[in-house]
Design a binder for this molecule. Structure first.
Ligand SMILES: Nc1ncnc2c1ncn2[C@@H]1O[C@H](COP(=O)(O)OP(=O)(O)OP(=O)(O)O)[C@@H](O)[C@H]1O
Ligand SMILES: [Mg+2]
Length: 227
């Protein structure tokens, strides 16, 4: 489902990712960890096509990012959803509108949209906030709106960049349960987090630790990586 080889990325002279290689199968759940500045967000943005590929190879959900023309990016985004670390939801629109938007863009019929949005908002305990403007809800609620918007399209790959960062312990565990439900239905998930408790609660998950742009630890053998 995801195959990354010799991936490097620089911002000016600074190498944020250095020669990263790993693969994930369909239905894998990966926790991406590592200290601040390790390169987690950079990796997520590359996988989502939000940063151009500079060096190396990435194939994801059947798309080869090296040869894929920009005009096909929207097709990649149909299969690969992201929850950005800084949410990127529309503050002047309601919770409902934010979550319905990706389905509207896909041309889904209204009755289907209503059904899906209602179910996702309920699973994230946002149903009572449906008609609130996003700028008027709490940071933790905004974070859950960002998750709702990413999962509502039933993506093949779900990239979540510290989606529990603003949540208390109980909400973080509830949110992880939402991800687990998608995982059970075959979605491949990359979940960036510093939260040890969440990681320990999923003993079957893969774990990859980045530091200074390189892989420094993993709980499964990686070809060509000596740890
Ligand atoms: N747009 C940018 N321009 C310049 N440098 C950048 C840019 N984005 C990231 N970097 C640098 O690249 C490195 C990796 O950043 P990245 O955001 O990927 O780290 P991270 O692991 O997600 O950290 P955090 O846990 O704080 O979110 C950092 O040193 C950062 O300062
Ligand atoms: Mg980050």
């Amino acid at each position: 489902m995801i195959n990354i080889k010799y991936l490097s990325h620089s911002f000016g002279r600074y190498w944020a990712l250095k020669n990263i290689s790993f693969s994930l199968d369909k239905g894998d759940f990966l926790f991406l960890t590592g200290p601040s500045g390790a390169g987690k967000t950079t990796l997520m943005r590359l996988l989502h096509g939000s940063l151009p590929l500079q060096r190396g190879m990435v194939s994801i959900a059947g798309f080869d990012l090296k040869s894929m023309p920009l005009r096909k990016l929207h097709l990649l985004r149909r299969q690969v959803s992201i929850v950005f670390q800084d949410f990127r939801i529309l503050p002047d629109r309601t919770v409902w509108d934010n979550v319905a938007l990706p389905l509207l863009v896909r041309g889904m019929v209204k009755s289907q949209i209503q059904k899906r949005v209602r179910a996702v908002l309920r699973s994230l305990r946002l149903d009572k906030k449906s008609w609130c403007l996003c700028r008027e809800i709490s940071g933790g609620e905004q974070q859950r709106v960002a998750v709702a918007r990413a999962v509502v399209v039933n993506p093949k790959v779900l990239l979540a960049d510290e989606p529990t960062g603003n949540l208390d312990r109980k909400l973080a565990l509830q949110l992880l349960e939402v991800f687990r439900q998608f995982h059970i239905h075959g979605t491949t998930i990359i979940f960036a987090t510093h939260n040890e408790e969440l990681i320990k609660s999923q003993p079957q998950a893969k774990i990859l630790c980045l530091k200074d742009g390189g892989i420094v630890d993993s709980n499964w053998p990686l070809e060509g990586v000596e740890i």
